[in-house]
Design a protein around this ligand. Structure first.
Ligand code: HEC
Length: 116
């Protein structure tokens, strides 16, 4: 009992002081990107229409986003238990919500300048 309380306190402190932390959230198999987002990301990435993320163009692709989620990035915690299909799903969800530009999810079409 006491251990659990200590553990919870340590997690809260780590999360609020911004040390690089690892989040042990594990998605259910087959979870959609939106479900994962609502469970694991929404506390920090508060949804506001489509402007949840503002990822620079060179990072706005599935592979880079997946790497950021797996390994963390400064204050952003690492999510080592989000893998495979679920990692792809949440990465696509993030990309779709990215505000920088209308990025195509298949990645092979040319960028559209009209949204600037
Ligand atoms: C504890 C708070 C916290 C949680 C939980 C969290 N993030 Fe983050 N995330 C951040 C912060 C703060 C940043 C921006 C700072 C930085 O780049 O280090 C960030 C940055 C990111 C970036 C990079 C954005 C950029 O512009 O480079 C992505 C992608 C991201 N988060 C996705 C997610 C996803 C997906 C989840 C859920 C699985 C999630 N985050 C959960 C705090 C969080």
């Amino acid at each position: 009992m006491k251990h659990l309380t200590m553990l919870t306190a340590a997690t809260v402190i780590a999360a609020t002081t911004g040390c690089s932390v690892s989040n042990d959230f594990t998605p259910t198999a087959g979870a959609t990107g939106e479900e994962i987002f609502n469970s694991a990301c929404i506390d920090c990435h508060t949804p506001g229409g489509n402007n949840v993320f503002d990822i620079s163009p060179e990072k706005a692709n599935i592979d880079t986003i997946a790497t950021i989620i797996s390994q963390g990035e400064m204050v952003m915690p690492a999510f080592p238990n989000i893998q495979g299909a679920e990692l792809t799903a949440i990465s696509k969800f993030v990309l779709a919500k990215n505000s920088s530009e209308e990025t195509k999810t298949n990645g092979d079409s040319e960028k559209d300048e009209t949204s600037k």
